[in-house]
Design a protein around this ligand. Structure first.
Ligand SMILES: Nc1ncnc2c1ncn2[C@@H]1O[C@H](COP(=O)(O)OP(=O)(O)OP(=O)(O)O)[C@@H](O)[C@H]1O
Length: 355
């Protein structure tokens, strides 16, 4: 007998919800249920004030599914995100928090750029894609949600604090045709900030809802590396149309990327494609090409997952110096082969209706 989603749902329906008195499925607590062969994954979304009551429910749910015929592995993620408080520096932010994935007013699509691991070039890819899409005439927003190392202000050559004339709305910054905002700009540079879960989620919601993005074809979100609170909140609260996952060919980066892809699958966010960054090294003196981190690993992974490999971006000094100098390579050297790789991805994203 093959295991089905309906069968798992039926099994979960036998578990009582201690708060509503009905079962956990009827109470709407079971989200993003997927059955993949013998692997079952789902999210238990619970009221944060009652989170303690649900630890047992989580264990019972896991054990119940595990006991089903054909089940080899069960992964249950329990989320209890409290209604967030606004982060420091701005007054206001007391709008009622929307439930379920919401559209951001005026924004046609949300495209997340993610990586399983830090330092693989996710921010470089986000900045270049944003600029390349703007050069194609798209109305592009870029939200730097990488709270652990905000880098978009530097990459896009903007500085200063965004204005908030009325203490509620936030005016974003703009360069190279890209409307940009960074969570990092909400804090004082000399102030070490420890981002705690609820504060982080409040900041993300504030960025999405209070920043005056204007009318956008696409809002690109440069996510922090890994699979943490920001990724979860983003995909739970906002209608994310797709995710691009950046990885280097190194095994460890790939392994982490796979975890990220699993998370997006669970959250029902379609993977638009993978990008292999630092694919080959091209010497800026002699043009010699070598594979520093191995080569082709991401292509093989993409094939395994049945998602497109959008590009293999070389490791090239010009890409780094351009970003560090505040003008991404698609802006500073738009005709170089390196820029061309990003421009091709931008065109493919437009063609696919993703941007
Ligand atoms: N293809 C490339 N060629 C040369 N340098 C690159 C390339 N991609 C990224 N870099 C450089 O590698 C460093 C890390 O890149 P980046 O900040 O984009 O990574 P990240 O994945 O966003 O990292 P984190 O998540 O830790 O912020 C930067 O100095 C960047 O300029």
């Amino acid at each position: 007998m093959t295991l089905t989603r309906d069968a798992v749902n039926a099994a979960l329906k036998t578990i009582d919800d201690p708060v509503s008195g009905t079962d956990i499925v009827s109470a709407g607590l079971v989200k993003a249920l997927t059955v993949d062969g013998g692997t079952v994954r789902f999210v238990l979304e619970v009221n944060p004030d009652k989170a303690e009551n649900y630890k047992v429910v989580r264990d019972v749910a896991e054990a119940t599914v595990k006991a089903m015929e054909g089940v080899e592995q069960v992964s249950v993620v329990m989320t209890a995100h409290s209604a967030p408080k606004p982060p420091p520096d701005l007054k206001g932010g007391s709008r009622p928090q929307p439930q379920g994935p919401q559209k951001v007013p005026g924004v046609d699509r949300i495209l997340a750029v993610a990586s399983g691991k830090g330092g693989v070039g996710k921010s470089t890819v986000s900045a270049n894609l944003a600029c390349a899409l703007a050069a194609e005439g798209r109305r592009v927003g870029l939200l730097d949600a990488d709270v652990y190392g905000p880098s978009q202000p530097r990459m896009l050559g903007v500085s200063g604090k965004p204005a908030s004339p009325d203490g509620k709305t936030i005016l974003p910054l703009r360069n190279y045709g890209v409307t940009m905002m960074s969570i990092g700009l909400m804090t004082n540079e000399d102030q070490a900030v420890i981002w705690r879960g609820p504060m982080l989620m409040g900041a993300l919601q504030q960025m999405m809802n209070q920043v005056q993005w204007g009318a956008l074809d696409v809002l690109i979100i440069d996510l922090p590396p890994g699979t943490g609170d920001v990724q979860m909140t983003l995909s739970q609260k906002f209608a994310v149309d797709g995710a691009v996952v950046v990885s280097t060919p190194q095994d460890v980066a790939l392994l982490d990327a796979r975890r990220g892809i699993d998370m997006f699958n669970q959250m029902k966010v379609p993977i638009v494609g993978l990008i292999e960054n630092m694919s080959t090294h091209i010497c800026s003196n002699c043009g010699h090409e070598e594979h520093v981190f191995g080569h082709g690993g991401v292509a093989a992974e993409a094939e395994k997952l049945g998602v497109p490999l959008l590009a293999e971006i070389p490791l090239h000094l010009d890409i780094r110096t351009a970003s560090d100098g505040g003008a991404p390579i698609v802006v500073s050297k738009p005709d170089s082969p390196q820029a061309q790789s990003f421009r091709d991805v931008a065109k493919a994203l437009i063609k696919g209706g993703h941007a």
